[in-house]
Write a new protein. Structure first.
Length: 218
């Protein structure tokens, strides 16, 4: 099904959101995240703080959005673009890996900030929940309407697996045995290969995807 292009109102909202996240990242890089206020971001983007609050609940959300924006939609679109003969588990794994590993200089700059601030790390991890709705829609298309409930469960599992992979990768220095424990202060050094973390976290879901596909086969 072809999605109609966004109207003028939606394009303006998208432009405002983009301006806010770009301003947030630029100011955070220039002055440090702790020195950036919501008012500063709004002024740099040419909007009011009230307008800012319509798009982001915190400065951390805006900064993180500069690197995570539309990633959930891109993952879903990549899965949808795979040929029908491709195993669903493989299509989803490769889509997730592609979108999390293909980062440019700008994204690396943002990730450097994220790994050194607890609030930014937490906001970054929270974005994994955004994967679920668009991915569930794509899985439903693959499985058919009868698999809508299963699709939601599988998509939620993917989102959880990605979060677990990121938690393992963003392991706090000196606390390697407690995944997901991000204490205040201290430099966080990414632990091991993110590629390996993602593949390892998603691998246990493959049997469930295979079983769901078999149930839809005639």
């Amino acid at each position: 099904m072809t999605t109609p292009p966004p109207g003028l109102r939606e394009r303006k909202k998208q432009a405002t959101r983009e301006a806010l996240r770009e301003a947030a990242l630029r100011l955070a890089v220039e002055h440090g995240p702790d020195q950036v206020r919501v008012e500063d971001i709004a002024e740099a983007a040419g909007v009011s703080p009230r307008t800012y609050n319509n798009y982001f609940a915190s400065r951390e959300q805006a900064i993180v959005s500069a690197v995570t924006a539309d990633r959930d939609a891109r993952i879903a679109a990549t899965v949808a673009a795979r040929p029908a003969g491709v195993r669903l588990a493989d299509a989803i794994t490769e889509a997730v890996v592609e979108q999390y590993m293909n980062t440019g200089e700008r994204e690396h700059e943002a990730l450097l900030l994220i790994t050194t601030r607890t609030a930014l790390r937490n906001a970054f991890l929270e974005t994994t929940a955004d994967i679920e709705p668009p991915l569930a829609a794509v899985i439903t298309e693959r499985l058919g309407d009868a698999g809508a409930h299963t699709a939601r469960v599988l998509a939620a599992s993917v989102a959880a697996a990605v979060r677990i992979a990121l938690e393992g990768w963003l392991q706090p220095t000196g606390n390697a045995g407690a995944a997901g424990s991000f204490g205040a202060g201290g430099l966080v050094v990414p632990s091991g290969s993110l590629l390996d973390q993602l593949r390892a976290a998603l691998a246990p879901l493959a049997p469930a995807f295979d079983a769901a596909e078999r149930r839809t086969q005639p």
